[in-house]
Structure formats: C-alpha cells, structure tokens
Write a protein that binds this ligand. Sequence first.
Ligand SMILES: NC(=O)c1ccc[n+]([C@@H]2O[C@H](COP(=O)([O-])OP(=O)(O)OC[C@H]3O[C@@H](n4cnc5c(N)ncnc54)[C@H](O)[C@@H]3O)[C@@H](O)[C@H]2O)c1
Length: 354
Amino acid sequence: MKKIAIIGAGVMGKQHAQTIQKHPETELIAVCDPFSEAMAQEFQVPNFKDLDELLRQCKLDGVVIANPNRFHVSTAIECMKHGIPCLLEKPLALNTEEALQLISEQKKLNVPILVGHHRRHNKIIQQAYDLIQQGILGKINTFNALWTVYKPDSYFEIEWHRKSGAGVLAINLVHDLDLMRYLNGEIESVHAMTSHQNRKLEVEDTISILVRFKNGALGTLLASDAAVSPWGWDQNTEENKASFAPSPDQNCYYISGTEGALSVPNLEYWRYPDHSTKSWSTALIKKQQLPNKDEDVYMNQLSHFIKVIEGKRSPISSPEDAIKNIQLLECIEKSAREQRTVLIEPLEFLAAIA
Ligand SMILES: NC(=O)c1ccc[n+]([C@@H]2O[C@H](COP(=O)([O-])OP(=O)(O)OC[C@H]3O[C@@H](n4cnc5c(N)ncnc54)[C@H](O)[C@@H]3O)[C@@H](O)[C@H]2O)c1
C-alpha cells in the first residue's frame, strides 16, 4: 500500500482523495490545508496546517499537490527536498520562468514529478495515439479541435474567474493543447484572436487559435465558454459528468492526413478502399474502434503515479514536457495581444540540461 497525502483540500483535492480511497494499492494518510479541516474530517485522517510538519511527521510514499497555482512550484520543491514523489496538478507553474526553476531543482534532487494532465490517461487517447502510430492517417495535414460550452452565469460571480488569465485558454484549453501536442507532436507557431463580446468581462469568452506543428501539419483550436454546443472533450468523453452534461455521440477533434481521417473521442476513421482509388470522387470506407469510455481517468492516473513512485515508469507528463504547455499559453496570449504570429522559441535551458 502506498501512503499518500493530499496538499490542498479543495475541489480537486477531494477528487484525488476519493480516487486514493477507491484504489486498491493506495491509502490516504493525511491532508495539508491551512484553511480547511473539512476534508480531513470527512476522510478521517489528520490535517496539517503546515507543509513542513506534514513532511516531518508522516512517512509518505507520495503526495498529490492540489493547492492554488501560485504555490505549485514552492510546494513541489519542498516535497522533493524530502525525497517525496509528487503528482502535481496542472498548471505546472504560473509561467515558464517559474517552471524552469522547478525543473532545475528537480535535476539536482532527482525526485519524480507527474504533472496532472489527466486526459493523457484516458484510454481513448491511448487508442487514438495507437491508431495514429499505426499510420492509418498517413502524414497528418490537419488537426481541428473544438471546445464550445456555456458556463453558467454564476461561474463569473467568483471574482478571479472574471480576471485576465482565468479564461477559457488557461483553464480549459491547456488540456486540449496538451493533447494536440501528445497526438501530433510539438507546435512551431501560433496565431490567436480573442473576443470578449458576449460577457464583456476582462477575461476572454471566445478564442480561435491557428497552430503550425513542427511536422508541417496545420491546426485550429476554436473555443468559447459563452456558446451553446455539444462539442468539447468534457461533454463528449463523459469524463466529468459532475460538471458537464454528456453529449457522447459527438466528437471534438477531427484529424486528417494523406491516407485517412480520424474523429475523437468516438474513434471513427475513414480511408479509401485502396491506394489506387485515392480521389475525392471515391467513396470513403468508414470504420470505428470502440472507444473505451467507462474508464476512470483519475484511477488510471493514480495507477501510473504508483509505477512512477516505484521507478517502473517515467511520468507520461513530466515537468520538461508540461513546461511546453505553459510556454504555449504565453505565446498564444502574446499573439492575441500583439495581433501577430508568434514563434515558439526553443527553451535554451532545457536543451542545455537534456
Ligand atoms: N486536472 C484538472 O482538470 C483540474 C481541474 C480543476 C482544478 N485543477 C487544479 O487543481 C488545483 C486546485 O484547484 P481547485 O479547483 O481544487 O481549487 P480550490 O480553490 O477548490 O481548492 C484549493 C485548496 O487549497 C487550499 N490552500 C490554499 N493555500 C494552500 C497552501 N498554501 N497549502 C495547502 N493548501 C492550500 C485552499 O484552502 C483550498 O482548500 C489548481 O492548481 C487547479 O488548476 C485541475
């Protein structure tokens, strides 16, 4: 049994606590939250107000860090100094500078960190990844992604939800960008436009992003949290039924290449009957791989974290990988602000320590 503590007992902390409780190989032994005892009481474990006390008093195999974003880096560094592997909620850090500081410390301390880009643990993504690796699409040319939902007006009663930096880009699309990179490789440049016209708040309510991948493919990511629609990862995969009403018959990613096309999450794919009949006048043959929709993605993530703790697997989402999502967010914001295409510069420091 792996002994795990949760740092930050809010919405995500509780999600992790329930997962740890259900998992046959993990035991929740403590919570650390300076402001709330409620979760510790509910799960009948001690609550520590102070991180240092938690780390000195408990013998831990791992921690889940689910406190506010501004504490992610300092908390992870403190845990690594005690040799404790971390499952660190996204975002890795507030900005690339902070993320680089974390990576630099991790190199010295050599303690693993798994970043909580939980969608990568969804079996559907593994299925899509495998289909792409098998070459059913040929060389990928286009990647079209959608995340359009209507957030209730009450969501914006919370002050920070109205402020710049807490919009659909940073909160929601970071997951889609992560999957676009996971499925089709690194992004070379972005060009974005934002709109505030629906809610007229400081935070954007709609955004369109053009991306050029390093492999030459072009992509679009179009999103709005003020649009009524059934298209988006959360509705279509039923991964988070508590917040998103399901629309399981719809897709949110459309990927096409020189040999075929794939929709995600329903994993329908289209190809010509044979190579010699490749033409727009030939009827496509449609197939489908049944998507594995009943998986508990947080259980999968925790199982992976156990293997990371045991040194049997490298993190599927490492800090060195997740920093690229932070950098992408910064470049997209810059592109929208300056109304120009922004190149994703190589992070020199990462190259130096690679
Ligand atoms: N993977 C996902 O899809 C996903 C979804 C939602 C949130 N998140 C991330 O999870 C984290 C938590 O988000 P949330 O929605 O649960 O927030 P929340 O506000 O519900 O909870 C945060 C908790 O942290 C506690 N806290 C504050 N300062 C602390 C400190 N110094 N040490 C320990 N605890 C502290 C607060 O008292 C609160 O209980 C954020 O980083 C967020 O980005 C990830």
